[in-house]
Design a protein around this ligand. Structure first.
Ligand SMILES: *[C@@H]1O[C@H](CO)[C@@H](O)[C@H](O)[C@H]1NC(C)=O
Ligand SMILES: *[C@@H]1O[C@H](CO)[C@@H](O)[C@H](O)[C@H]1NC(C)=O
Ligand SMILES: *[C@@H]1O[C@H](CO)[C@@H](O)[C@H](O)[C@H]1NC(C)=O
Ligand SMILES: *[C@@H]1O[C@H](CO)[C@@H](O)[C@H](O)[C@H]1NC(C)=O
Ligand SMILES: *[C@@H]1O[C@H](CO)[C@@H](O)[C@H](O)[C@H]1NC(C)=O
Ligand SMILES: *[C@@H]1O[C@H](CO)[C@@H](O)[C@H](O)[C@H]1NC(C)=O
Ligand SMILES: *[C@@H]1O[C@H](CO)[C@@H](O)[C@H](O)[C@H]1NC(C)=O
Ligand SMILES: *[C@@H]1O[C@H](CO)[C@@H](O)[C@H](O)[C@H]1NC(C)=O
Ligand SMILES: *[C@@H]1O[C@H](CO)[C@@H](O)[C@H](O)[C@H]1NC(C)=O
Length: 526
């Protein structure tokens, strides 16, 4: 048996460490008793030490993950918040021990009711007092919207705003020093939620980072629905297999890659790319695995054309060329796009048997006419946000396979026209970065590592990280001129192969040399 004397110093050292841990830990575990807010019911408060692989026991299966790794010590507060007598949010706040004095709200994706735990872990790991909600329903289906306008209203705008109002109060209750600035970080539907805040709740955030935004939302859902009628099912002669989309992609890259001056497999400005698709129509006797039939070439032509409505109005711009490989598996899969089908099924028609196979632009007109709670998120006068001192940083992947980046340009033009402001003026509060080689929010063939989420993280330096660039803009007045992206050799977390600085719109990236295209100094924003 070891002597007590030998054990004592160890115990003392241990209890000192424990005591310092306990101040935060105790504050956390006793925090539930301090929360007394209307409509808020605390489910549980847990202390989570950094290094935990958190098991997400209550997470809906359709949300697609069962665990979340947590890097820093946080206090996790899980709540139910009634938003009406027939709707409620599940809201979580993650308060880090290493707190940077800033509040942040995360967003959601698709039509989902999934708390984005990976964003809570990412941003609390960077020191933000962070909140995230389930958007008013659980799981990825649109069925909870069926005859439930209150649930729909949560999804459209009430979930994030409510989470912010409560989250800010909790932050002040938890940290004696309160918080100084408030931020938003989201992509896709999360991007739409960011724009919704800018448009409707101009005082919620000092800085909004909203990527690949699902704005012009109803027309986006119609556009996503219109691919199936173009491709038909896999048995149809208008359909292209994923192999043929790869063939098409290679031809598009062959024709357009050099426009930016560098043949690196990345199209820097797809809006300059108008491929001549007739070139890949099969010659008599040519192997049909290397070329398209006339009907298939027409399919490609149609998916690369804008969608117009019943009276000829532009509903949604074309899919951007360069996104074919990833779009093949989802938009051109020979099945109606699931989110669109669910939206039409449960919201537009309230008919669970509607299946998306016979979608037409007449349906799009009806959908637009309904516009519940203004889910369009397309208001172009954002002067209230500007007046409140807010900053908006938006980015869009130029290989986005789900939301064409041309939609973000359309919105930019609309704001410029509505507010009578040229780009130099808009730059004062609204900056848009085009990220070449980035797919939908992450992934892609190029330098997509911009730190908009953990899977694109390449350090917290503001030059390499859109969120920290926003913090620097808000707190030091230093606005980002470019956003550096990292090209990972083999996906997230692998070594960086090269970096490239992405330009703010309406500038575009041009290779000037003399170095290799992998040298960021060889590129210029023009
Ligand atoms: C966390 O645990 C789950 C099983 O619960 C496992 O599948 C996953 O790989 C673990 N993650 C890490 C980072 O250890
Ligand atoms: C529920 O209804 C009652 C009575 O109409 C109202 O006072 C209360 O505020 C409602 N609750 C919510 C969360 O809206
Ligand atoms: C807020 O800013 C002031 C002034 O820079 C600073 O002293 C204070 O610590 C900040 N508060 C927090 C919570 O970071
Ligand atoms: C969502 O799931 C949570 C956790 O299981 C549950 O407490 C909550 O009531 C659910 N919310 C809705 C709207 O069904
Ligand atoms: C298409 O090309 C990508 C790489 O560009 C490859 O990963 C994928 O397997 C190819 N798909 C098919 C069906 O050949
Ligand atoms: C067509 O190409 C495929 C794949 O490259 C090959 O397997 C097949 O033998 C070719 N057929 C002819 C007739 O050349
Ligand atoms: C869709 O249209 C096809 C052909 O016009 C028709 O045969 C089919 O019944 C329609 N399906 C639905 C669900 O209306
Ligand atoms: C044309 O359609 C658009 C979108 O559906 C609608 O906003 C507009 O009012 C329509 N214009 C006319 C003249 O019908
Ligand atoms: C540029 O870099 C790429 C990737 O490292 C390499 O494959 C290529 O040969 C280089 N080109 C020149 C001209 O050095």
């Amino acid at each position: 048996m070891p002597s007590l004397r030998l054990l004592l110093p160890v115990l003392t050292a241990g209890s000192v460490a424990l005591a310092s841990q306990d101040a935060f830990h105790n504050k956390c575990t006793s925090f539930a008793d301090k929360i007394n807010l209307p409509h808020v019911r605390v489910n549980f408060v847990n202390y989570i030490p950094g290094g935990t692989n958190l098991s997400l026991t209550d997470y809906p299966t359709s949300c697609g993950r069962s665990s979340q790794s947590v890097t820093e010590d946080v206090c996790r507060i899980a709540m139910a918040v009634a938003t009406s007598n027939s709707s409620e949010l599940t809201l979580e706040a993650w308060f880090p021990r290493k707190y940077n004095g800033r509040f942040l709200s995360t967003g959601n994706g698709g039509i989902s009711g999934c708390i984005q735990y990976y964003d809570l872990a990412y941003t609390s790991g960077l020191g933000f007092a962070t909140v995230g909600a389930n958007n008013g329903h659980n799981g990825t289906s649109g069925e909870p919207f069926h005859h439930q306008p209150e649930v729909l209203e949560d999804f459209v705008h009430r979930s994030v705003h409510t989470g912010v109002v409560i989250g800010k109060q909790l932050t002040e209750l938890f940290y004696e020093e309160g918080f100084n600035k408030s931020y938003y970080l989201g992509c896709s539907t999360g991007g739409r939620q960011g724009f919704k805040s800018v448009q409707e709740y101009p005082n919620d955030f000092d800085g909004v980072v909203a990527g690949a935004p699902a704005i012009n939302m109803l027309n986006l859902l119609s556009w996503s629905a219109h691919f199936y009628p173009i491709t038909g099912p896999p048995s149809s002669d208008t359909y292209l297999s994923p192999d043929l989309w790869n063939v098409t992609h290679r031809e598009i890259v062959r024709q357009c890659d050099g426009i930016d001056g560098a043949e690196d497999g990345i199209i820097e400005d797809p809006s300059l790319c108008y491929p001549t698709l007739e070139r890949i129509i099969c010659k008599p006797g040519q192997n049909s695995t290397d070329c398209l039939t006339g009907k298939q070439a027409k399919t490609v032509h149609e998916v690369l054309s804008p969608l117009y409505g019943v009276n000829g109005t532009l509903l949604f711009p074309r899919m951007q060329p360069g996104s074919e490989v990833m779009a093949a598996a989802i938009m051109y899969s020979g099945r109606p796009f699931e989110y669109s089908t669910e939206w039409y099924r449960y919201v537009v028609f309230g008919d669970p048997s509607w299946d998306g196979t016979n979608f037409t632009v007449r349906d799009a007109a009806l959908s637009l006419q309904q516009n519940p709670f203004n889910i369009q998120t397309w208001e172009a006068d954002i002067s209230a946000f500007r007046k409140a001192g807010g900053k908006l940083l938006t980015y869009h992947g130029l290989q986005d396979q789900l939301i064409s980046s041309e939609n973000s340009k359309l919105y930019y033009a609309q704001v410029a026209e509505t507010m009578n402001m040229p780009p130099d003026e808009l730059d004062g509060f609204y900056r848009f970065f085009q990220i070449s080689g980035m797919a939908h929010c992450s992934g892609g063939d190029g330098a997509y590592g911009i730190g908009n989420q953990l899977t694109t993280y390449n350090g917290a330096d503001p030059e390499n990280n859109v969120l920290m660039a926003m913090v620097q803009w808000v707190e030091k007045g230093i606005a980002p001129e470019t956003i550096r992206g990292a090209k990972f050799t083999d996906g997230p977390g692998t070594p960086v192969e090269y970096t490239r600085k992405h330009c703010r719109y309406p500038r575009r990236n041009v290779y000037k040399g003399p170095g290799n295209y992998t040298d960021e100094a060889a590129w210029q924003c023009v």
